[in-house]
Ligand binder design. Structure first.
Ligand code: HEC
Length: 155
């Protein structure tokens, strides 16, 4: 009799354990499914900029639009995130999410008579499409702005 009760209790216990394990498994799966999109976006954004956008800026624009230029043309700097966002004499060069309002895009598409960039020859359609895609996606730019330090201020 006691044996039977113990057996029953054991069966019940193991059944409960199976159920809990399955539930925990389900919760994990759900969490993974929920988190996957955020995680995959974060993982994708930075490489897109570093692989497709930054090398073009360095190769085709730095000469005239960075700290490397003897004179920064049009007051536009492309070597910092802030430089791209605030733009030059004509206002913002990159407006995240708004390709139509991004002066940089119309300049590289040669849509502006006086601003055809880079001046020595249009970039390939593939590169231009990459810039458009990047701006549409919110222009993720992992370059960190440098925070001001106390020592930057002269008393
Ligand atoms: C050989 C030099 C040179 C190179 C290389 C060059 N630019 Fe320019 N860029 C200029 C000059 C000069 C101006 C300013 C024209 C003016 O003010 O009349 C200008 C202006 C601009 C402006 C307008 C800035 C403003 O607000 O007035 C944009 C946007 C721009 N360039 C983007 C680019 C991009 C993007 C690249 C690289 C793909 C690039 N440029 C490469 C010379 C250059």
């Amino acid at each position: 009799m006691t044996k039977k009760i113990t057996q029953d209790a054991q069966r019940l216990l193991s059944h409960a354990r199976d159920k809990t394990q399955r539930l925990v498994g389900k919760i994990f799966l759900l969490l993974a499914l929920l988190l996957f999109p955020c995680w995959s976006n974060a993982a994708e954004d930075a490489p897109f900029f570093t692989k497709k956008i930054l090398p073009v800026l360095v190769q085709h624009c730095y000469e005239c639009h960075s700290a490397e230029a003897d004179e920064v043309r049009g007051n536009l700097r492309v070597d910092t995130r802030q430089g791209l966002r605030s733009g030059g004499d004509n206002g913002p060069a990159v407006v995240p999410g708004e390709p139509e309002e991004s002066f940089l895009l119309s300049a590289i598409k040669y849509q502006e008579d006086d601003y055809q960039m880079p001046p020595n020859g249009k970039l390939s359609d593939e590169i231009i499409a990459a810039f458009e895609k990047w701006i549409k996606a919110g222009a993720p730019d992992p370059r960190k702005p440098k925070a001001a330090k106390r020592s930057d201020v002269t008393p």
